[in-house]
Design a protein around this ligand. Sequence first.
Ligand code: SF4
Length: 455
Amino acid sequence: MHMLNHAEASEKFIANQERTDWHDDTLWFVRSKRDKASKLLPEWEALREQASQIKEHMLSNLPQYLLEFEAKAQANGVQVHWAKDAHEHNEIVYSIIQKHGDKALVKSKSMLTEECHLNAYLEQKGIDVVDTDLGERIVQFRKEVPSHIVLPAIHLKKEDVGETFHQHLGTPKGNKDPQFLTEAARIHLREKFLGAKVAITGVNFAVAETGEFVVCTNEGNADMGAHLSDVHIACMGIEKIIPKRQDLGVFLRLLARSATGQLITTYSSHFAKPRAGQEMHIVLVDNGRSRQLARDEFRNSLKCIRCAACFNTCPVYRRSGGHSYHQPVAGPIGSILAPNFDKKANVDLPFASTLCGSCSNVCPVKINIHEQLWFWRQDLMKEGLAPAGKVLGMKLMAWMMSNPSVFRLAGGIGRKVMSWFPFLVNNGMNPWFKQREMPASPKQSFQEWYKSNRS
Ligand code: SF4
């Protein structure tokens, strides 16, 4: 089956003009909240720099901090597991569940488990996985994947949620009141929490110095799961390590403000050891991270704290929707991470950007996102992985732009065609103009203008 590339999938998304507009507006609203919240802190830029440097130091000393974390966590009574890839991660999680003979579990938001396709793996083994984050539960009911790492159901309107809950929870048809729907989800999830023996959570930060880890949610669902279950399994990518507890002050302030414009996430829960009678496991997952660490141009991408500020500001993401990226992590950072897993399957993603640099400007850990997208483009072109049409087009463009006389000639012809026969370029067959006004063709090139005006 042909998998739609980003451009093809976006075309489907933008076919609904009204949805495209509110998706764009909603995410811009979140971006604006982030701006306001960040401006309340005079030390914002210093915090970004500090966070970036802490992560830089962590990445340069990753093995040491991972071993320190393991030793401290084990001393706290936590069972630590190592997984080299997604399959091993899934097997480890399954083996823990199997030991307890349970057939259902609750899971709070974890992009790592999305990356490892844990739900599908466990469901195949007959385990009922209940996502407890409200947005994730909505997309799970609809058999969709999250379209945004912080706001998983941002592509849906309250009418869609009302209909989904009507089908799956039996709420009255047509009821789209957010308060009512949230109450319905709460009642439904409360029952699942009370019945589950096993809870899975993600990890936002793991502190090497103490062996503790921090999970941030706005709904308290990670806490409900972890505190009511007999077994807590926390799954984390190895890049989530930070050296010291005091570093949390830097990251927690940046994360909430960058993600939603809140001053602090509603629940920042610290887990250090299992309570009496409980089992606590932590699975440390590589899954391509050491490969990315070894790529000089891309190692910085491992600084990401998954705040999604780069999504909310990206003009391409806002108007193409998260599903068009066909990867669990969409948006600008997803387009850097995805080719690390599979260059050929994700060759389209680094091109899904205007390279405007807005993502790099908002990133709380100062990842040079737009530059890395550009580096990937060069790498993918060199390896000949881009579609033949794009390769040919770029070669032609390079030849034209490196030959001044050809460039002048082409510019002259282009201006004439655009002013004499505008319908040749501005028509329904040309996707570029579907959403744009065509500018009037200038009478002369800049060079011609300069020559005649230089005196
Ligand atoms: S790359 Fe930066 S802005 Fe984007 S999700 Fe990661 S931390 Fe946030």
